[in-house]
Design a protein around this ligand. Sequence first.
Ligand code: NAP
Length: 490
Amino acid sequence: MANDKDLTVAIIGAGATGIMAAIKLGEAGCKVSVFEKETDLGGTWRDNTYPGLICDIPSHLYRFSFAPNPEWSRTFSPGSEIYDYIRRVAEDHDVEKLISYDSEVTKLEYRDGRWKLETTRGDQGEFNVVISAVGILHHPVYPDIDGLDHFEGDCFHSSRWDHEVSLEGKRVGIIGTGSTAVQIVGAIVDDVEKLSLFQRTPQWVLAATNQVYSEEDKANFRGNPDVMEQIYESFADTLNHGFAAAVVGENDEALEMIQSGCERNLNENIRDSELRSKLTPNYSAGCKRLIVSDVFYPSISKSNAEVITDKIDRVEAKGVRTADGVLHELDVLVLATGFDPHRFLADTEVVGLDGTTLNEAWSKGNYAYKTICVPNFPNLFFIGGPNSPIGNFSFLLTAETQFAYIEKLVDLIRRGTLTEVVPKLDVTTAFREKLNRAMPGTVWASGCQSWYFDRFGNIGSWPWTFARFEEELSEPSLEDFCTTVESEGS
Ligand code: NAP
């Protein structure tokens, strides 16, 4: 029986949330092992290094509650600063020694109350608890376009940026108009000879000024952590209670303000009527993940930039051929075509009770009890699991809320009260049905295609307010779990 000293926990992934879980569980006295498939920590902030990368969630909101950071350079800081922040937090808490790099988890099998874990490096032994912290925007989507392999220039996905390739004076094509493409456009337009943006669907863009924090500001933050806390509270209130409520149909006034803010941004900053018409979406703001940028419109209006709306027919050796027959000659082609956020542990064989695999359980769509755990898979917990609040939220806040709940469940096992924590099937099904009933009321279901949808047409986000998320995860209801209670003295 596990006790305070010997409870073993395997964490999958050394991104921001895996690092957070390792720190917290280590402090709680668990024996923690982190398995990371790459050779470095940092997750999405390790993978994404494209020019212009910033986090459009305010930096003072995008931090761990236990590690406020007075050093953020801007309201929306660059990706490299976030990577440095995660690394620094890991170092400050001495957790890197817990990480096995180059160790992709290939198999998890639940046997006799423990998870047997295998990685690409072989058998790693058994663990009482497994926590998946594999992130969400992690698996790059490569577009299914004929001839992509025949392109003679340089071609790479935005999250696999090839820094050996200079863009100086080149003809650069970008496929996609999501947050990534928008940031890249702003960063490279002045360096390239010509920038061709291949747009399948226009996006709503909200302008937000990216204020620089002066040395004086930072000194103030260092000396007065309360000031950072106030900034945090203010951003959390705007995002979680304003934006998050708006997109789930609980704050129509805020949704109208977002819509009118986007329209104003477009109308004021795109003077050319033909370009404006190309960039005008035919769906509601917030339906796709909202883009935040005050540089995109001025950048795409420059004389060396163009937006191509004709459908891509194929890629040829010299460039992209569109359906109107035009060949757009290019030296470099960037695939800013996004990620598949619905894969979770799809590449790992996860075998639960009675030999059920997670891929079988999720063969018609992912689901979890309150985003956290899945019937038949005891003591396996997800940070950022199915239907987590995602999109224009601080994922770190979502993750900390989930982790606090998971920690309570782990604590029951750690103290020997329970050996197995697994949600009841009927309770999970009822939760899933409630989610499905709520989805049509969200703006994501209002008539657009986005990465929120999985291949079955299910929306993978949280259809209620952030306050409800916090409330649902405030305290585990033990009656919702099938629990194996240790008999006294065992
Ligand atoms: P995305 O939002 O999924 O955008 C992918 C783009 O590629 C879309 O414009 C899509 O068009 C287009 N596309 C995909 N396949 C295509 C094809 N075969 N032909 C033509 N166009 C194709 O991806 P992303 O921009 O990488 O952003 C993903 C998410 O990452 C964001 O929504 C955000 O949550 C996060 N992110 C955050 C930040 C930040 O600042 N916090 C920065 C970057 C990314 P359709 O719209 O027609 O599908």
